[in-house]
Design a protein around this ligand. Sequence first.
Ligand SMILES: NC(=O)c1ccc[n+]([C@@H]2O[C@H](COP(=O)([O-])OP(=O)(O)OC[C@H]3O[C@@H](n4cnc5c(N)ncnc54)[C@H](OP(=O)(O)O)[C@@H]3O)[C@@H](O)[C@H]2O)c1
Length: 276
Amino acid sequence: MGQQTIIKLVDGNHMPQLGLGVWKANNEQVVPAIHTALEIGYRSIDTAAIFHNEEGVGKALKESLIPREEIFVTTKLWNDRHLDASAALQESLDKLQLDYIDLYLIQWPVPEQDHYVDAWRQLIELQNAGLTRSIGVCNFHIEHLQKLMLETSVVPAINQIELHPLLQQRQLHSWNATHHITTESWSPLSRGGKGVFSSSLVEQLAMKYGKTPAQIVIRWHLECGMIAIPKSVTPSRIKENFDVFDFRLEKEDLTAMSELDIGKRIGPDPETFNQL
Ligand SMILES: NC(=O)c1ccc[n+]([C@@H]2O[C@H](COP(=O)([O-])OP(=O)(O)OC[C@H]3O[C@@H](n4cnc5c(N)ncnc54)[C@H](OP(=O)(O)O)[C@@H]3O)[C@@H](O)[C@H]2O)c1
């Protein structure tokens, strides 16, 4: 297995390019999953208040012998706390049993509510107070990002968006890159490879490189410059998903992958997602 890649964020902090997502893993499932991941070499965990598993994540981190500063922990502010981010982060820290996290993200812009700039101002203060090392957003479109940057002039380190071969988001990724915002892909496997692993192109590439479809897709994220956080609670898959640092996709194969883009979302559209 090769060396994992680390990304330098706009604020100077560093983040592993591949991490473990834990959505839909409950507190019991997440503990062994994180232990397995850390043993294999993962050093980044992506949770959120709304995942209701921060206690489990905290338990696993506490039990781990790996020093805290070597693990990159992300959690997120839920939609009903945009005016209350300081208390929300403290609740997350208590559940995680941590005194700081590495990355705090506004999970959705919630345009109808229109409080995301207020939330962003609080995140800036939380970063200044040392409670989170980096700050960013999820599911923000260009106009949401422009508003944040116009009103506060602080650039989000990360924009975590739904991104996989069926929804490649090239325009938003490129806009992020132009503004030094790192794009992070959620549902990087299109949630279990639906419509992707069985495509003839991904099957052919898996044969060509002697890798699995999941490894081809994860490698594609890394080569395109995204951070990826595939979720699994299955030890063999946690291992499989990390075994991607010993090969590179050729340029023509990356070009061929772009043809899989059909603009298909699995999750909600950020323009209309207003659930609190
Ligand atoms: N910011 C946001 O709004 C947002 C929204 C959604 C997700 N996220 C984050 O992104 C992470 C990843 O997204 P996701 O969980 O939606 O989807 P995903 O990572 O694309 O796919 C996860 C699914 O794929 C299965 N899987 C994992 N590795 C596999 C492999 N090698 N072969 C076959 N199947 C495999 C997992 O099953 P098993 O677990 O059973 O192995 C699980 O059912 C989440 O966990 C979360 O941390 C963020």
